[in-house]
Design a protein around this ligand. Structure first.
Ligand SMILES: CC(C)(COP(=O)(O)OP(=O)(O)OC[C@H]1O[C@@H](n2cnc3c(N)ncnc32)[C@H](O)[C@@H]1OP(=O)(O)O)[C@@H](O)C(=O)NCCC(=O)NCCS
Length: 151
């Protein structure tokens, strides 16, 4: 049981993490990414996927961001259901903002389902602002909110 987010370590994701990542992915999304999606991110010149570990080295979350010139984008983020609500998602997003800022990014963007209140609340609390919506972006016809963190 983790009690404090300062007990969490964030490191570059490795291929050896993927079994645990896929397990969380399957529990987090109706249309989970396949192993190949993560492998593509690991091999991408622009992607820098990160994993979060608890003190016993269990993978409890991950994030897949990319940085292309000065434009950052978060494509995927999830936390293991048993580790939600203790600050892991915030730490992962903050690490991406810090890394993008260090590389002189102008902004970091993302899309989120309009029904995903926990994620929207996390992003707003961290300073992301609403930039509009993509109509019927998801497979069930749901709109995506487009959000941006501007440096
Ligand atoms: C969204 C998600 C990544 C948040 O991760 P988390 O580690 O639980 O979030 P944190 O504990 O860091 O919470 C940070 C803030 O997010 C918001 N938040 C998180 N969970 C919430 C919930 N269930 N309801 C409302 N707000 C919530 C709060 O504003 C919280 O701030 P607070 O602790 O000051 O109240 C996690 O719920 C998840 O993996 N969901 C499934 C996958 C997903 O939807 N990913 C995002 C796709 S865009």
């Amino acid at each position: 049981m983790i009690e404090f987010s300062n007990e969490i370590t964030i490191c570059p994701m490795g291929e050896e993490d993927l079994d645990q990542v896929l397990n969380i992915e399957a529990k987090s999304f109706p249309h989970p990414w396949l192993r190949q999606h993560f492998i593509d991110e690991l091999n991408s010149s622009y992607g820098f996927p990160l994993s979060a570990f608890d003190p016993s080295n269990r993978l409890i979350g991950y994030i897949c961001p990319m940085l292309l010139l000065d434009e950052g984008h978060i494509m995927n983020v999830a936390v293991a259901p048993s580790a939600r609500g203790i600050g892991v998602g915030r730490l992962l997003v903050q690490r991406v903002l810090d890394d993008c800022r260090a590389e002189n990014a102008s902004y970091v963007s993302l899309e989120v389902r309009e029904s995903n209140q926990s994620a929207i609340s996390l992003y707003r609390k961290m300073g992301f602002i609403d930039m509009g919506r993509r109509k019927r972006y998801y497979e069930n016809g749901e709109d995506a909110l487009m959000m941006e963190y501007v440096f």
